[in-house]
Design a protein around this ligand. Structure first.
Ligand code: AMP
Ligand code: GLY
Length: 424
C-alpha cells in the first residue's frame, strides 16, 4: 500500500514512523512533512490545507489510504472532497469535525446528549456577553467559537480579564471569524486528561490513556501552548474512571453524532477534567493530540494500518489494540520565545547522539534542512520520546536524550511526567 500522511508536526512524524513498520506498506508520502520524516517518507510540498491539490496528488499517485493529522483540513472538508473522488481517507467529514471546529456546536451537542460538561452560555453580541459576566462574576472561561490555534480559550480570574477577553475575541477579532460567537463557561478544577478512541461511527475502540502538559513552564506556569510534553499511561484514569468515560462520554458522543446524521469516523479525542464534580468534557478534538500521539504510538504494539482501514471500512467492531505495559514520556523542546514569536533557522546539534540512547525516539515537529544541517523551523521543534518499564524510567530516558541536544535559545520543561509520579 501507498499511504499519504497530511501534516508537518510531531504527531505526523510519529504516525509516519508507526505506519512505516507495517508490512502492508510499500511507500509513505508526507504533505508537507518535515526534516525528521524524510528518513521514512517522501515529503511533497503541498500545504495541509490545500485540499484540492492534496486530492489531485492522491489521485495521480494512486495513494491507497490518506491519513489526516491536524484539525484544519478536517474542518475544511478534506474527507468529503476525497470521498467525492472515490479516494480512501481516514478522518471525520466536515459536519462531524464540527465537534472541534465549533465550540458552540460542541457545547450544545453535549447538552442535547447529556454528556457531562461545564455550565455555559453562548453569545453573538459582546454587550450581552459582558452583561452576563458582570452578573455571574469570575472565575470563568471565555472561548472563541472557531479554531484559533489553541489560543482562543481564556481562563479569567478577574472581571477585567474577562471583559478584555470578550473585547479581544468579539470586538477586535483577534482570531478573525472564529470570534463571531463565544462560549462563556463555568471554570472547572481538577486534573486534565486526554482520552482518545478510534471509531467507525458505531464501534468505539479506546486508545491507551495519556496526559499532556499545556502550560509553557514548570509547575504549570506561564501561557498555554499546544503542549510541552505528554505521557502514557495516565494513572489518574483508573479502571472505574475509564469505564465511566466510555459510558458517559465516548459512546454517547459517537451515538449522538450518528443520530444527528453526521456519523463520526476517525479519532475522537475528549479533553476531560477529572475533579470533585466527576468527569466533565472540556472539549472534543477531531484528531490525535499532539504531543499525546507520540507516547501513544510508541506504546502501540499492534499494526496501525489495519486499524485505520477498519475505521474507514466500518469494520472496527472486530478489532483490538495491543499496548506494551511500558510507560512512555515525550518532552517537547521549543524555540526561544515560543509560544510567542520565535526564532527560526537555528542549527540543532546532538541529534545523532541523542537518537543513539536506548529506548528513545526523536520526533521532529518544527524542523527543516538547510545546507545539510537540521535547523529549527517552528515553535515546537522536537518531541524527545522515551520508553521505560515505568514512568520514572521513561522520564529518565527521555531527559538523558534531551540533554544531548542543543541549539541557541532552546527551552523545555523539566517536570514532564512528574504528576504521574505523584500518583504512584
Ligand atoms: P480547550 O481548547 O477547550 O481544551 O481549552 C484549552 C485549555 O483551557 C484546556 O486544556 C484547559 O487547561 C483550559 N480550560 C478550558 N476549559 C476550561 C474550564 N471550563 N475550566 C478550567 N479550565 C479550562
Ligand atoms: N495536546 C493538545 C492537543 O493536541 O489539542
Amino acid at each position: 500500500m501507498q499511504i499519504l500522511v497530511i501534516g508537518s508536526g510531531g504527531r505526523e512524524h510519529a504516525l509516519v514512523w508507526k505506519i512505516a513498520q507495517s508490512p502492508k506498506v510499500t511507500k509513505i508520502w508526507a504533505a508537507p512533512g518535515n526534516a525528521g520524516m524524510s528518513d521514512v517518507a517522501e515529503c511533497v510540498q503541498i500545504s495541509a490545507s490545500d485540499i484540492r491539490l492534496l486530492a489531485d496528488f492522491a489521485d495521480r499517485t494512486r495513494i491507497d489510504l490518506t491519513v489526516v493529522g491536524p484539525e484544519l483540513p478536517l474542518t475544511l472538508g478534506i474527507v468529503d472532497e476525497f470521498e467525492r473522488r472515490g479516494l480512501r481517507i481516514f478522518g471525520p467529514r466536515k459536519d462531524a469535525a464540527l465537534v472541534e471546529g465549533s465550540k458552540v456546536f460542541a457545547k450544545s451537542f453535549m447538552k442535547k446528549h447529556r454528556i457531562p460538561t461545564g455550565f455555559f452560555q453562548t453569545f453573538d453580541r459582546s454587550e450581552e456577553a459582558k452583561r452576563y459576566i458582570e452578573e455571574i462574576g469570575t472565575p470563568l472561561v471565555v472561548k472563541a467559537d472557531g479554531l484559533a490555534a489553541g489560543k482562543g480559550v481564556i481562563v479569567c480570574f478577574e472581571l477585567a480579564e474577562a471583559m478584555d477577553a470578550v473585547e479581544k475575541i468579539m470586538e477586535k477579532r483577534l482570531f478573525g471569524d472564529a470570534g463571531e460567537r463565544i462560549v462563556i463557561e463555568e471554570y472547572l478544577e481538577g486534573e486534565e486528561v486526554s482520552f482518545h478512541a478510534l471509531t467507525d461511527g458505531e464501534a468505539v475502540l479506546p486508545l491507551a490513556s495519556s496526559q499532556d502538559h499545556k502550560r509553557a513552564f514548570n509547575d504549570d506556569q506561564g501561557p498555554n501552548t499546544g503542549g510541552m510534553g505528554a505521557y502514557s499511561p495516565a494513572p489518574v484514569i483508573t479502571k472505574s474512571i475509564h469505564r465511566q468515560i466510555m459510558e458517559h462520554v465516548m459512546i454517547p458522543a459517537v451515538a449522538g453524532m450518528a443520530a444527528e446524521g453526521r456519523p463520526y469516523k476517525g479519532v475522537l479525542y475528549a479533553g476531560l477534567m477529572i475533579g470533585a464534580g466527576g468527569i466533565k468534557v472540556l472539549e472534543f478534538n477531531a484528531r490525535l493530540g499532539d504531543p499525546e500521539a507520540q507516547p501513544l504510538l510508541l506504546r502501540m504494539r499492534s499494526d496501525l494500518v489495519p486499524l485505520l482501514e477498519a475505521v474507514v471500512d466500518g469494520r472496527l467492531r472486530d478489532q483490538t489494540i495491543d499496548w506494551t505495559p511500558d510507560a512512555s514520556v515525550c518532552v517537547v523542546m521549543a524555540s526561544k520565545g515560543y509560544p510567542g514569536p520565535y526564532d527560526q533557522g537555528v542549527p540543532i546539534t546532538g541529534l545523532t547522539e541523542a537518537a543513539a540512547e536506548p529506548g528513545v525516539m526523536i520526533f521532529h515537529a518544527g524542523t527543516s534542512r538547510a545546507h545539510d544541517q537540521v535547523v529549527t523551523g517552528g515553535g515546537r521543534v522536537l518531541g524527545i520520546t522515551g520508553l521505560g518499564p515505568d514512568i520514572r524510567e521513561a522520564i529518565a530516558t527521555a531527559y538523558r536524550a534531551v540533554k544531548k541536544i542543543h541549539w541557541e535559545g532552546a527551552h523545555y520543561r523539566t517536570d514532564i511526567g512528574v504528576r504521574a509520579l505523584d500518583r504512584e
